[in-house]
Design a protein around this ligand. Structure first.
Ligand code: ATP
Ligand code: MG
Length: 242
């Protein structure tokens, strides 16, 4: 492993890269996953690598929606598994919310490895090994989902998702909560609630708020408006004290 000095200005960012590098070497993360991370990282730089207040608001709304859902599911891909395996495992174990491995570049070997990795971090049940259903009108193996998990879910949490699939999940009538650093991605634009934050910061906060059941009016939340405010903030590049 690299020796990252604590006082290095990009220490946290380098630690994250290191996790992805390890995840890549052990077969959890794909080359495309590494590239996708680069896109995310650039946006993270622009929000000062902090959970900005608009995203705290989105996380509160998301946690309330999760509390109100009948059958919520957290979708997990290679990058998410590599970055926050412990948070995902604790989240599902403590709340009973299902976790499903759902890959854009699906291979059975990678699904198996990701499930094994999550279980090594304590996860009990992890779905995704035997998908019996498809997301309608979506080509390739990326459409494969389980019946008890994503197929029948009323709410799906999708970290680092692809725009096409987000759109189809919405068309299926589901609420989609995305975690995506790019406020302009199709995923961000299509989701019911978009958390513009790094998954390494957003996922633990989502778990925390879920347990606290924050008092927030979900009907007042306007995702489009929240995204516009975030983009305006990025363009002004002034973050004040939030
Ligand atoms: P879309 O398909 O939604 O339009 P895209 O094609 O621009 O998005 P993809 O490569 O499909 O991007 O997905 C990667 C997305 O994940 C990017 O939007 C990127 O900002 C985001 N991302 C990457 N790493 C992280 C991370 N650690 N935390 C949060 N978001 C991330
Ligand atoms: Mg895409």
């Amino acid at each position: 492993a690299m020796d990252i000095p604590d006082d290095h200005p990009r220490a946290r960012s380098l630690e994250i890269r290191e996790k992805l590098e390890e995840g890549y070497k052990s077969g959890l993360v794909t080359e495309m996953g590494l590239i996708a991370h680069g896109r995310g990282e650039a946006f993270d730089y622009l929000i000062d690598e902090k959970t900005i207040k608009e995203s705290v608001y989105a996380i509160k709304v998301a946690s309330k929606i999760l509390n109100d859902s009948q059958n919520p599911v957290i979708s997990v891909n290679g990058n998410t598994a590599a970055l926050v395996p412990k948070v995902i495992s604790d989240f599902t174990n403590e709340t009973g919310i299902n976790v499903e491995v759902n890959l854009f570049h699906r291979t059975e070997d990678r699904v198996r490895k990701i499930i094994k990795f999550l279980k090594e971090h304590g996860a009990g049940k992890v779905l995704g090994r035997n998908p019996g259903k498809r997301i309608p009108d979506l080509s390739h193996k990326r459409a494969l989902v389980t019946k008890e998990g994503i197929y029948e879910a009323d709410t799906v949490v999708v970290p680092l998702e692809d725009g096409d699939r987000t759109e189809k999940l919405i068309e299926m009538g589901k609420k989609v909560i995305s975690i995506d650093l790019n406020p302009r991605s199709r995923t961000a634009q299509e989701s019911s609630v978009t958390i513009v934050d790094n998954v390494v910061r957003a996922m633990p906060k989502l778990f925390e708020f879920y347990k606290e059941e924050p008092d927030v009016d979900i009907d007042e939340f306007d995702n489009e408006k929240n995204l516009e405010q975030i983009e305006a903030k990025i363009r002004r590049n002034k973050f004040g004290k939030d």
